[in-house]
Design a protein around this ligand. Structure first.
Ligand code: DGY
Length: 321
């Protein structure tokens, strides 16, 4: 009987994913659950046929150049692949897949939580009650921005953006969007398309980012683009920290141009930006957009579906290169 392919699972995936992986593969997995360094990735590549990494493992051009020829496929446990130099991996003939679709609901939930929390001062209120400092009430106490009926701008109307639009419609929000391609009338569901972000931004009382981080989108929200938002707008980011120039965001919050921000992603992860902590109107979460039990299983299974297809000699459903 041919031996099973050897797969390195870099991080603590769900128990169901590990169990399924072990039935078809010889699995290398370290329960210590630390992000793998470049040296570890390079060393492991000589021992495995496949890897299931997360966005915490970086496959830069330098790392890719030093990978062993034994490694044939990187089946990412993430939809974002900005941690992978796709061109370099393609040049090495290493197949790369991701896990689209299955985390759209979970991520849109967190985007909605951030939108509501930033608008209605959730972290500030929680801190007040929790610290025992809630000592009075008045009609002028903790007044926030109403969400219902406002205009929501979405940049990146892929799967997550479309779910976000549906959830926002539950709050009677008027949805506007910018995307590389206009959606079909059916998928637009009445949303207004803007061919440029310059057209979208002035309409966006709330702006939610749902596009990937690429060379073109890095620093997309900077001092120039933030200034194009309406006064007292609220920015939500559940996509990638690289999309936002964090100093420009702080300046826009400090000046009062932005009323608030809700962030699940930061330039530096883990850790975030310590300068944000002093601002009560920045509502923050630690990159947990896809962190539900259901979605962790679905992501793990999707990565395994891609591996199964590859080792069965088929093209994986989510093959990127
Ligand atoms: C993704 O899938 O890209 C999420 O950010 C978690 O890695």
């Amino acid at each position: 009987m041919p031996s099973k392919p050897v797969v390195w699972i870099t991080r603590a995936l769900s128990a169901n994913t590990l169990e399924r992986a072990r039935t078809h593969y010889e699995v290398i997995f370290d329960p210590a659950d630390e992000p793998a360094t470049a040296d570890t990735i390079i060393a492991r590549s000589a021992e495995v046929d496949a890897m299931i990494p997360c966005h915490s493992e970086v496959f830069s051009a330098d790392v890719v150049a030093r990978l062993s020829p034994r490694l044939r496929i990187i089946a990412n446990h993430s939809v974002g692949v900005d941690h992978c130099d796709l061109q370099a991996l393609k040049a090495r003939g290493i197949v790369v897949t991701n896990t689209p679709d299955v985390l759209s609901d979970a991520t849109a939930e967190i985007a909605m939580l951030l939108l509501l929390g930033a608008a209605r001062r959730a972290s500030e209120g929680d801190a007040l009650v929790r610290s025992g400092q809630w000592t009075s009430w008045s009609p002028s106490f903790m007044v926030g921005r109403q969400v219902t009926g406002k205009r929501l701008g979405i940049i990146g109307m892929g799967k997550v953006g479309q779910v976000m639009a549906r959830r926002a419609r539950g709050f009677d929000m008027e949805v506007h969007y910018h995307n590389r391609h206009r959606l079909s009338t059916h998928d637009e569901q009445g949303a207004t398309y803007h061919a440029s972000i310059e057209s979208l931004l002035p309409r966006s009382e709330f702006l939610s980012l749902h596009c990937p981080a690429t060379a073109q989108t890095t620093g997309l929200m900077n001092s120039r683009t933030l200034a194009q938002l309406p006064d007292r707008a609220i920015l939500i980011n559940t996509a990638r920290g690289a999309l936002v120039d964090e100093q420009a965001l702080l300046d826009a919050i400090d000046s009062g141009h932005l009323a608030a921000a809700g962030l699940d992603c930061f330039t530096t992860e883990p850790g975030g930006n310590p300068a944000f902590a002093a601002h009560r109107n920045i509502f923050m979460l630690p990159h947990i957009g896809s962190a539900t039990f259901e979605t962790r299983d679905a992501m793990g299974f999707r990565a395994l579906d891609n591996l199964d297809a590859f080792f069965a000699g088929k093209v994986p459903g989510d093959q990127l290169v």
